[in-house]
Design a protein around this ligand. Structure first.
Ligand code: BEZ
Length: 211
């Protein structure tokens, strides 16, 4: 069965380009972005891994660690990373799981047989410090993902975990946010010294509270 939001992300031990990893121990206390790509030595995947490596500091700022996976071997990954550095101008700086027996892919339902019965799709799991699954997305092989969107979601999750707000469409860090409907106007006034704009009883806008 597929993983759902709020589920505990299953633990596993796997071989990676940076040695054996026990997932929960490896991410201990951090957020994790676990993502699969279909195949090494393929064009879209090459751009995705290079770009994600360029975001290392952005993930670190958000206390997030990145872990990639495909059903290719660690030896293949190690041969491929040179091409990523050469063509994308960035060395890969996170581990890549060699999941040749598909153990992790199966655990995380990353193989969708009606799309491809042997290769992983482009899955992304954002997992919080308590090992809860907080975001899942799935892209087809032919569409490269937008990893800036993963950073944006991390910003939203970390903000909304700490404050009684939600983030509106296309929100980015620094922009106005929404007061959660569960708060009364009186409670919102007490919680948000900057005040709020009441466009509708259920749509109240306030400044991002943690700036
Ligand atoms: C790619 O990364 O370019 C790719 C991988 C598998 C199927 C199609 C495209």
């Amino acid at each position: 069965m597929s993983l759902r939001l709020g589920d505990i992300a299953p633990d596993f031990t796997a071989d990676t380009t940076e040695g054996e990893i026990s997932f929960h121990d490896w991410k201990s206390g951090s957020w994790a972005v676990l993502f699969s790509h279909p195949k090494d030595f393929t064009p879209v995947c090459t751009t995705e891994l290079g770009y994600t490596a360029k975001l290392k500091e952005e993930f670190a700022t958000r206390n997030a660690k990145v872990l990639a996976l495909s059903v290719d071997s660690v030896a293949d990954h190690k041969n491929w990373v040179g091409d990523i550095e050469e063509t994308q101008g960035q060395a890969v700086n996170f581990p890549i799981i060699g999941d040749t027996d598909r153990a992790v892919a199966t655990l995380y339902d990353m193989i969708h047989p009606n799309a491809n019965d042997t290769l992983t799709v482009r899955s992304v799991f954002v997992i919080d410090p308590n090992n809860k699954v907080r975001l899942t997305i799935t892209y087809p092989a032919s569409t490269g993902r937008n990893f800036d969107e993963i950073l944006r979601v991390l910003d939203s999750l970390q903000l909304t975990d700490g404050y009684k707000v939600a983030t509106p469409v296309n929100w980015k860090h620094g922009e106005d946010v929404i007061v959660v409907p569960a708060l009364s106007d009186e409670e919102a006034t007490a919680l948000f010294p900057a005040g709020f704009e009441k466009k509708k009883p259920y749509l109240r806008i306030t400044k991002q509270p943690n700036l």
